[in-house]
Design a protein around this ligand. Structure first.
Ligand SMILES: Cc1ncc(COP(=O)(O)O)c(C=O)c1O
Length: 355
């Protein structure tokens, strides 16, 4: 599926997928990356983002990020070697990296820049919409919208052989019906969706639930259940969404959280400033005691915060070598049924769709 002129994805060539990891696998094929080469990837990342590299046998060299989630380019410089061919930069929670510095770094070392914009759907910074800086970029709007799946690969570098695209599309299965049921229930603000899925899995008691649990543990190494087409339902939502309202609500809710957390010693916002062009995915904090903080928030307000990320296996196993904040990040929701159910803090869910 092609879309070269979308308001939502900037000027690059866009190919839609069900999941960003499938888009990334496709990008690696397109770029011709091979076993024996390596890619610089931040160590602060969710394990599932690594599955395409694992699948293709491409080595990963982890570089660290600072407490404000800026890339530590000095360390990255030290860590790369002659087999390094690409650099992956993450726009955490919709906040841009310093692309003047990152682009110069990659150009000087002839590295392909892969922009992981899984969280930054609708954000922009000085020159471009996010997703417009990398030679290629991925985004995952399924994380932002009540949709069953939805992600995209954006190809910005015109030198990348686009004529090869059509023949290189990986085989993608049809979207799972269970995810659509869940998304519709969520959009209607019913918690029924999760119960239906649970019921469905119980009925198929054989391998399905077991497989789901195992897949969850092995997400860093397995891609199979994510090679799905972008759902038609997702495409309709993208067309119908009132983007301006969506942007504004996210930003208002971010500010509400900032007020809520301001001055707290238990929870420090990662960013105290919300640049004009940023559409945040969540409100992230560093919590001194993440589990206790989340439990208190839940009992006081009913709001369920989450921890991010589930770190890569090798990072989890050597966590003492990494900055302590890696295990202390907690994210508060800015949309979805939870946030919408709290009118005093978050405003109402009307005007979500275009008039
Ligand atoms: C930074 C980042 N990149 C990529 C991905 C993969 O996205 P998807 O789940 O759509 O495959 C995730 C998933 O959580 C992520 O957080």
């Amino acid at each position: 599926m092609w879309n070269s002129n979308s308001q939502l994805f900037g000027d690059g060539k866009v190919v839609f997928f069900g999941f960003a990891r499938a888009a990334l696998l496709y990008a690696l094929n397109l770029l011709g990356l091979r076993t024996g080469q390596n890619v610089l990837v931040p160590s602060f990342i969710c394990d599932s983002a690594l599955s395409p590299f694992r699948h293709k046998g491409i080595d990963i060299i982890f570089y660290p990020v600072h407490e404000d989630l800026r890339i530590d380019l000095e360390q990255a410089e030290r860590l790369g070697n002659n087999s390094t061919c690409a650099f992956l930069a993450v726009n955490y929670f919709g906040f841009p990296q310093d692309y003047a510095a990152v682009t110069a770094f990659c150009q000087d070392r002839h590295l392909i820049l892969i922009e992981d914009n899984a969280h930054g759907f609708l954000s922009s910074s000085e020159r471009h919409q996010l997703g417009g800086y990398g030679d290629v970029a991925i985004c995952s709007f399924r994380k932002d919208l009540p949709v069953p799946n939805g992600a995209a690969l954006i190809i910005n570098n015109p030198a990348i052989a686009q004529e090869a695209l059509a023949s290189m599309l990986p085989p993608l299965s049809r979207p799972r019906l269970s995810l659509t049921v869940k998304a519709i229930a969520k959009a209607l603000d019913l918690r029924l969706g999760a119960h239906l899925i649970h019921f469905w899995r119980t009925l198929q008691r054989d391998d399905t639930a077991l497989n789901a649990a195992q897949t969850h543990l092995m997400e860093e190494f397995s891609l199979d259940s994510y090679m799905e087409q972008c759902s038609l339902y997702t495409q309709a939502v993208l067309r119908l969404l009132n983007i301006d309202h969506f942007r504004e609500q996210r930003r208002i809710r971010f500010d509400s959280w900032r007020e809520h957390c301001g001055g707290s010693t238990e929870a420090q916002p990662i960013w105290n400033r919300l640049p004009e062009s940023v559409v945040p995915q969540v409100f992230p904090i560093r919590a001194a005691e993440p589990e206790r903080y989340m439990e208190r928030l839940r009992s006081d307000t009913g709001i369920k915060a989450s921890r991010w990320p589930r770190l890569p296996k090798v990072v989890r196993e050597n966590i003492g070598d990494y900055p302590p904040f890696y295990t202390r990040v907690v994210t508060m929701p800015l949309d979805g049924e939870q946030a919408m159910r709290k009118p005093a803090c978050f405003g109402s869910p009307d005007q979500i769709w275009r008039g």
